[in-house]
Design a protein around this ligand. Structure first.
Ligand code: OGA
Ligand code: ZN
Ligand code: ZN
Length: 397
């Protein structure tokens, strides 16, 4: 049996084997043991050799120099090993590559490449009010499967409500540190949401906050937000949440022209106080390279004076008002009163959050919040999946 070098830290399925390989013009044509067929370009295979000379055996980072071989490289020999791995011998000094079949299958770009991307978001609307995704704080803090379950909810649904959180300050940071670490901002590593005599944000008043995302004013908008309720005695102050991706998709369906304007035209988003002045210019609906909505930057109180061109201003306002109208549609909203001992956790680049006004004189209201970036959640999911029974496919962002 040949020893196939490890490709990386992730586990790959041992059930998949290569049954046969044939040389094509510039690709290896592979038949799997379940009958599927895939092809892999020779240059791609040479580039991804995972021997100790081409990939550092401890870091798994590439040490191979792509320019050390010609673009039209072809293997001198192609075969399948007795354990179903792919073997290639290259003309550059008889260099031998062995590819783990599970790794090769997980990186197969010749069939359904979208399967390798992160799972599509599970969109939701007001129907989620009757089945809020609730997770017990102790399960999260215990780590392992409980932590993974909560992180997958965050990634896929973009929202989860933790219950059973001790009603003392500092818990948001503890939860953040269960993932990795909190993202610090000018509001601190942890921020206290209370009505203050000298507020530097509408959040620190007793005013209603319309649905918004936090810090869209940053080049790199915080990925997840945790809001822990420590005290909630004041009248009012109910929480409202909305899946911003579902809202954007509805806009795309109902008014594609409005969607296009908001996805194309950058506007200035701004936060300022006595000490800072953050500005960034972005569209309110950000699309990724596939045209999929990847980020919502809607916050009515943080949009600066619009400065799209004069010809576009009326169309911009029309589209913006349409988005704002959708954000007030109860059919898309979650509404609940956040109670002491509960922590809302949500994707701050997807889910809009807001609150009703509250009566400052009727009792204390104290929430504590912090942010954790998408990177940390995604990385923790993949790390935890390494140790779980089902083999993880090396999922990309
Ligand atoms: C915030 C915020 C919600 C609330 O602080 O950004 O949205 O319920 N707070 O006070
Ligand atoms: Zn090699
Ligand atoms: Zn907010």
């Amino acid at each position: 049996m040949e020893t196939v070098p490890l490709a990386d830290f992730a586990p790959y399925s041992d059930d998949i084997r290569i049954a046969a390989v044939e040389p094509g013009d510039d690709e290896a044509l592979v038949t799997w043991n379940d009958g599927r067929r895939s092809s892999f370009h020779y240059l791609w295979l040479r580039d991804n050799c995972h021997c100790a000379d081409c990939k550092h055996p401890q870091t798994f980072e590439r040490t191979f120099d792509l320019l050390s071989v010609p673009e039209g490289i072809r293997p001198a020999e192609l075969s399948v090993t007795s354990n179903g791995a792919l073997r290639a011998v290259w003309p550059d000094g008889g260099h031998e590559s062995l590819y783990h079949p599970g790794w090769l299958d997980a990186h197969d770009y010749s069939s359904n490449p979208s399967a390798r991307l992160r799972p599509p978001p599970e969109l939701w609307d007001a129907a989620l009010n009757d089945m809020l995704p609730v997770v017990d704080y102790r399960d999260v803090m215990q780590g392992g499967a409980g932590l993974l379950h909560w992180l997958r909810l965050l990634r896929n649904k973009g929202f989860s409500l933790l219950r059973g959180v001790p009603t003392e300050p500092g818990q948001v940071q503890k939860v953040a540190e269960r993932v990795a670490f909190a993202r610090e901002t000018n509001f601190g590593r942890v921020f206290d949401v209370v009505a203050m005599p000298d507020p530097n944000s509408n959040a620190y008043t007793s005013l209603a906050l319309p649905l918004h995302v936090d810090l869209p004013t940053r080049e790199y908008q915080p990925g997840y937000q945790f809001l822990h309720c420590i005290q909630s005695e004041a009248e009012g102050g109910k929480s409202v949440l909305m899946d911003g991706f579902a809202m954007a998709e509805r806009l795309r369906r109902e008014d594609p022209a409005a969607f296009d304007v908001l996805a194309r035209e950058p506007i200035l988003l701004r936060f300022q106080d006595a000490d800072v002045d953050y500005r960034v210019r972005r569209p309110l609906i950000v699309l990724d390279a596939y045209g999929t909505v990847s980020e919502i930057r809607f916050s009515p109180f943080l949009a600066d004076a619009f400065d799209v061109t004069a010809e576009k201003m009326p169309a911009y306002y029309r589209a913006y008002r349409k988005l704002m109208t959708l954000s007030r549609d109860p059919a898309l909203q979650l509404r609940f009163r956040l109670k002491p001992g509960e922590m809302m956790t949500f994707d701050n680049r997807r889910v809009l959050h807001g609150r009703d006004a509250f009566e400052a004189g009727t009792g204390a209201r104290h929430l504590q919040g912090c942010y954790v970036d998408h990177d940390e959640v995604n990385s923790k999911i993949l790390f935890l999946e390494r140790t779980m029974p089902a083999p993880a496919v090396a999922a990309a962002e």
